[in-house]
Design a binder for this molecule. Sequence first.
Ligand code: FAD
Length: 291
Amino acid sequence: MIPRSFEYSAPATLDEAVSLLQKLGPDAKILSGGQSLIPMMKLRLASPPHIVDINGIQGLDYISEVDGALRIGALVRESDLERSALVKSRCPILIDTTSVIADPLVRNQATVCGNLAHGDPANDHPATMLALGAMLVAVGPKGQREISIEDFFPGLFTTALEPDEILKEIRITIPPPSSGGAYLKLERKVGDYATAGVAVQITLHSSGACQRAGVGLTNVGFTPLKARQTEAFLQGKILDDATIKQAATIAAGESQPVDDIRGSAEYKRDLVRVLGARALKLAVARAKGGA
Ligand SMILES: Cc1cc2nc3c(=O)[nH]c(=O)nc-3n(C[C@H](O)[C@H](O)[C@H](O)COP(=O)(O)OP(=O)(O)OC[C@H]3O[C@@H](n4cnc5c(N)ncnc54)[C@H](O)[C@@H]3O)c2cc1C
């Protein structure tokens, strides 16, 4: 289908983009990679009267390390993330995640910030960012503010961003030594959204016990889910097979899936259990320097 007609603006700076969003009001939509917005417009699930295309703004395509944190700018594409040596060495769970998103054509356009800003519980980055405890930097008419990823997804396809705010940057504290992460998802076919997905990021204490655990779940609720009970259970434990099995069962209990074309709620809950155990095992092996 062909989208409804719309006004198009291509601001050259962030300030200009924010002013435009303020002037145009809540019906205006930001366009970054366009890999979610354009299909929705073509299907007429969205018909924004104004598009504010931020792709012409210089200097937003950086991946950098500043003060022990990885910074990912608004125009970093999935393919940039996938090829980044810095990301691979500092936060490899992001490579796990980006490499299972859609296909190379989509990944060449889609942005990591857009993946979060879309607020889709089926998207893959939210769970990983929840496991990592990411901080998001938004820019709006009142200036810049930080939003914890935990507060970013208040509801289905809804984020904590105001309509005149742009998600400018993602900040991730670089995990310390003896850390490991893994993102695993099951998809019906290559390039599909997750039937379910589990992100795990752990840090081991010198005693071998779990010092920190972050666990995020994809597409098993109306929002991306942080598996808080699982995280609390893992804290301070030696992550042997029995503990991992128990943790994965707790994660399955924390999921809130519904029946849909990808499977029954019961099936998806069991998937969280299976993927959760596998992701935990892989994260532990990576934290110990293997895998
Ligand atoms: C065939 C196909 C398969 C896909 N499979 C997957 C998959 O398996 N896993 C997955 O995670 N995703 C998948 N996607 C979605 C893809 O990753 C999207 O591109 C991504 O979710 C949105 O990023 P974008 O940069 O394209 O955003 P856009 O489509 O440009 O925007 C999406 C929404 O976010 C808003 N927005 C975008 N950027 C910003 C910003 N910086 N600040 C504020 N608001 C912003 C827009 O206004 C819009 O509402 C798939 C897409 C396609 C077409």
